[in-house]
Design a protein around this ligand. Structure first.
Ligand code: HEM
Length: 137
């Protein structure tokens, strides 16, 4: 039986293990390693704050999660496969390390935020495609 997520150290373990997988992923690794060229020294602590806030209401993450993704999507358009890959890695990480109420909650929160993000990016990209098509009519 695995433990549940109960401390900041658990959140750090979850986030570190998740991004180890992300960095090596054939579908989305390139977005982190090359397109965004992520500074892991700042990104990882930000993600500890983000998930700790979601699970325990600590409120240390004070930014907005969506805009950096919209910006990345401008240079490297996101498609549904990227969200599938992201979520599959997130679920695999949680299930490998934890089980319980918080473990279930964190997966639900991830899938909900991913759905909103995918929907909004889909709308943006549909708009871009549509204006490109009209320009060439
Ligand atoms: C296709 C799926 C996704 C990809 C490829 C992706 C990629 C990235 C990248 C490359 C960054 C770093 C941007 C930078 O520092 O330059 C980032 C930041 C972030 N991502 Fe994602 N992401 C994805 C989905 C998600 C989802 C589903 C969530 C939440 C559940 C999320 C939460 C965040 C947060 C909180 C940040 C930090 C934003 C800030 O700067 O405050 N991401 N993401």
């Amino acid at each position: 039986m695995l433990p549940d997520i109960t401390t900041r150290a658990d959140v750090e373990n979850l986030v570190n293990t998740f991004y180890d997988k992300v960095r090596n992923d054939a579908t989305i690794g390139v977005i982190f390693n090359e397109i965004a060229d992520v500074n892991w020294d700042t990104h990882l602590p930000k993600m500890y704050d983000f998930w700790e806030g979601i699970l325990f209401g600590t409120g240390t993450y004070r930014s907005r999660p969506m805009p950096p993704h919209f910006k990345l999507n401008e240079t490297y358009p996101f498609c549904p496969e990227y969200f599938d890959a992201w979520l599959a890695l997130f679920y695999a990480t949680v299930d490998e390390l934890f089980e319980g109420e918080k473990a279930t909650e964190v997966k639900m929160r991830a899938v909900n935020i991913a759905a909103v993000m995918e929907h909004r990016i889909g709308q943006i990209n549909a708009g871009t495609l549509s204006s490109l098509l009209h320009r060439h009519q």
